[in-house]
Write a protein that binds this ligand. Structure first.
Ligand code: HXC
Length: 510
């Protein structure tokens, strides 16, 4: 009996060795942790339960029958993050370069199926040379099975990808279909075709980092939602994110104890909006002053900075925040900011996370770049996302809410539940000067007359009261009481239910 136990212990030891000491050392030399070290950091201590530790591939081509390492290049199983269950896979680059074989893919599919059945998030730690070259189409079939599961799991359980090494070719499309992608700076990259192919086809010379590194994907392409200095930081941030999310679409986000009075008054907010309507101010100040313990978890911080997206908690409950940022491009809507916010709104809606929208928007960004780039369709994404969202929606207009952008930003007409405005709000078709120049074109040559008309327009429309008279604004509120008003609004909406006409699914303008 003792011998048998020893055999199991030996086998486990062999599996835990991964690709052996030399390859582990090489992994460390690149500043990367091993697959198992990463899981130790991601999960609560001693919570990891492994599946399929002894799975080995079945390939007999190219001498592969002589090389059948336990685990087949991926560690899979489940564990907990602050006590809540998550399913995980962690690709082991030290074993056959973490490449994806038929069996490797099957291990990932198994935990994805279990995650959906049991209602828990899937977290994938990606570090792989891609399709196992020796296996050919079996490997591609494996990827296809993972893709299909990503799609089925979308909107059912949160899916989070962390890119911690290579991720190239078709392999990028599994993370691309998950809800959030985090990358590690300098040691990870994602691209459909690598620098060599790019050079051959387009004659562009570019490094892997420039083409698909963390900075590129968080600033330029918006493929990734966050870039972190190293493995340790990235995994710690995943833990923070998971804490904010529900385990599945059948549950609400966890309620955390809070140590911040929901009725907290913030007198400093009464002077947040400057006297001059063209002077910017930092919308993040409002977000942090509203949040429990001033804690704001930002998503896509480095991309389309004219729009802020992220999570706060109010009375211990997660709330998704979408806010125009007057500090960047005056907070206008454009292609990038609309896409960014639309995806975030849809994430919140499918996981029942209420939405708080903070509005200071002068309109859509004009220009050929925007029009040729399809701002009509991209702007429509955000409009559509807000209009289809049935989660509790609370909107606060702090200053400008002009034109179509007023409608888009969770207006009453898109079925927001509470629409508040500060006394500094200006809800109009456009700014006063532009309006005066159009309505009084005959006076265009006379700056004094135009200024007088603009003043008239401003007096009439540059306030929240016209909209309040019509009930488009439910209440004009004191800035200092915003946290209290918004918290009470969300508290009143906890049992909100909305019936919509039956449809298979909608046809959001993609
Ligand atoms: C089999 C692979 C592998 C792969 C790496 N290895 N990638 N084995 N299939 N795809 C093995 C190597 O042979 C090596 O084995 C070990 O992993 C470590 O690789 P190195 O090359 O030594 O590491 P490094 O120098 O860090 O380079 C990493 C790399 C490189 C850039 C990822 O390995 C590489 O270019 N690999 C091939 C990438 C590729 O073309 N993949 C297929 C892409 S197509 P030993 O035994 O020497 O340690 C694809 C399509 C997916 O993925 C389609 C989905 C629909």
């Amino acid at each position: 009996m003792k011998d048998i136990l020893q055999t199991l212990d030996d086998r486990r030891g062999a599996a835990r060795m991964g690709g052996g000491a030399a390859r582990v050392e090489a992994q460390h030399a690149k500043g990367k942790l091993t697959a198992r070290e990463r899981l130790e950091l991601l999960l609560d201590e001693d919570s990891f339960e492994e599946f399929d530790m002894f799975v080995a591939h079945r390939c007999i081509d190219f001498g592969m029958e002589e090389n059948r390492p336990y685990g087949d290049g991926v560690v899979t199983g489940w564990g907990t993050i602050n006590g809540r269950m998550v399913y995980v896979f962690s690709q082991d680059f030290t074993v056959l370069g973490g490449s994806v074989s038929e069996t490797h893919a099957r291990k990932i599919c198994k935990i994805m199926d279990m995650a959906v059945a049991n209602g828990a998030p899937v977290i994938g730690l990606n570090d792989s040379g891609g399709a196992r070259i020796q296996e050919g189409v079996d490997s591609l079939a494996g990827y296809g099975e993972i893709f299909q599961r990503n799609i089925l799991a979308s909107g059912v359980v949160p899916q989070i990808s962390v890119i911690m090494g290579p991720c190239a070719g078709g392999a990028v499309y599994s993370p691309a279909m998950t809800d959030f992608i985090f990358m590690v700076k300098d040691s990870s990259y994602m691209f459909v075709t690598g620098p060599d192919v790019v050079k051959t086809v387009t004659n562009e010379q570019v490094t892997a980092e420039e083409l698909g590194g963390a900075t590129t994907h968080t600033r330029k392409s918006s493929v990734a939602d966050g870039a972190f200095e190293n493995d340790v930081e990235a995994l710690a941030e995943v833990r923070r994110l998971v804490d904010l999310l529900p385990s599945s679409n059948r549950e609400k986000s966890p309620v955390r104890p809070f140590f911040d009075a929901p009725g907290r008054i913030e007198p400093s907010l009464d002077t947040l909006v400057p006297d001059n309507p063209n002077t910017p101010y930092d919308m993040k100040e409002l977000i942090t002053k509203l949040a429990d313990e001033r804690d704001f978890y930002e998503i896509q911080e480095e991309f389309a900075k004219n729009m802020i997206t992220g999570f706060i908690r109010l009375e211990g409950r997660t709330v998704g925040v979408v806010a125009n940022q007057p500090m960047v491009l005056a907070g206008c809507l454009d292609i990038d900011s609309s896409r960014k916010a639309a995806r975030f709104v849809r994430f919140c809606d499918c996981f029942e996370i209420p939405l708080l929208t903070l509005v200071d928007v002068p309109g859509f960004l004009p220009g050929t770049t925007q029009e040729y780039g399809g701002v009509i369709k991209h702007g429509a994404k955000l409009l559509f996302a807000y209009g289809e969202a049935t989660v509790p929606k609370v909107t606060v207009i702090t200053r400008k809410a002009y034109g179509g952008a007023y409608d888009v930003m969770a207006s009453k007409h898109l079925r927001a539940d509470f629409n508040y405005a500060w006394p500094t709000a200006e809800i109009a078709v456009m700014g006063a000067k532009g309006a005066a120049e159009i309505i009084h074109r005959a006076d265009a040559g006379d700056p004094d007359k135009i200024a007088a008309h603009a003043k008239d327009y401003e007096d009439r429309f540059a306030n929240p009261f016209v909209a309040a008279e019509r009930g488009f604004i439910d209440e004009v509120i004191m800035p200092h009481s915003t946290r209290k008003r918004v918290s009470r609004a969300f508290a009143s909406l906890r049992k909100k239910e909305v019936q919509r006409p039956w449809k298979k699914h909608d046809n959001i303008p993609l």
